[in-house]
Design a protein around this ligand. Sequence first.
Ligand code: FMN
Length: 359
Amino acid sequence: MTVYERVRPLLFRLPAETAHGAIHGVLRRIGGTPIESVLGARYAVTDPRLRVETLGTVFPNPVGVAAGFDKNGEIPGVLASLGFGFVEVGGVTADRQAGNPRPRLFRLPEDRALINRMGFNNDGADAVGARLARTTVEVPLGINIGKSKSASPADAPADYRYSYERVAESGGFFVVNVSSPNTPGLRALQKSEALRRIVAGLREAGADPLLVKLSPDLTEPAVEDVLDIVEEFDLDGVIATNTTTARPESLRSPDRVETGGLSGKPIEARATRRVRFVAERVRSEVTVIGVGGVFTAADAYRKLRAGADLVQLYTGLVYRGPAVARDINEGLLALLERDGFDSAAEAVGADLDRAASEG
Ligand SMILES: Cc1cc2nc3c(=O)[nH]c(=O)nc-3n(C[C@H](O)[C@H](O)[C@H](O)COP(=O)(O)O)c2cc1C
């Protein structure tokens, strides 16, 4: 039994956000101390087969932390020391926001899932930008940008641009988040005209590389509309997917009735299908990041084979603990070897290639 497996029942007795706060607090205290390198030695899997070159940089491995875990950019270095190949901080908004009233984060243990309705609680782009400017991180750093609650749809482009300009110096890539379900009206910004204006403003301000993050609840034609914008503005990547407002019949945990976005195991297959749908349609210069229900190496491998260049996770970190990136990376190496791939990059889209050659 790992230490985390022993500690988890105690953590899970606390309200979910209290437990997250406790873990975050421990990680904050570790940041910048010698313990960080101790963690690095324990959790980092260094192997050239895991390296991924994309978005103009080198990712030491394809397993990243998804947005929302470190909303204020306080612990990207410590997360990197847990063996993650990249960290996406945020969502950051132009306004400093308290988010929705608590409770707003729920564990669904029987379903290996979470439901959250955080509502973009964050310190605001000025504070996060200043913090990140003082931070050095060993792995690529993504910055997820959301819309302030106070900004009307008409003001959204200026609102996103304001945030971008505050964090511009620190990001290795930038993510337009129009897919969180917890800011009223946000997901309507995925509609072509609204998204076009936001993306145009960010590109004009110099956002590069720029990615867009999709909701799993978009219809396929709506995804195709977003991909038209990806092409029109020569965007660098697509992240599939955010959380869903759907509630699959399979859910067993009492908290399945809570309002918010569902993440974890119940969205895994759906997110992988979305990765595949996107990967089949974009040119190979567009980076695809697969996220949703990645807990194990097999999960990560399915997303890579479906066309994801990189994967991310949030809920898997809550359920599997600090060794999750190491376990996935070690497991990926074994799977690559089993299937005769020389690198993770070589496995990307393997299922698509086969489908194409069979078809
Ligand atoms: C508590 C929580 C907060 C989140 N906050 C954000 C956010 O601010 N921006 C964003 O794009 N995604 C956010 N997400 C979505 C995750 O980045 C990810 O897309 C989703 O949880 C699916 O991945 P998972 O199944 O590995 O958790 C959040 C998820 C959770 C659970």
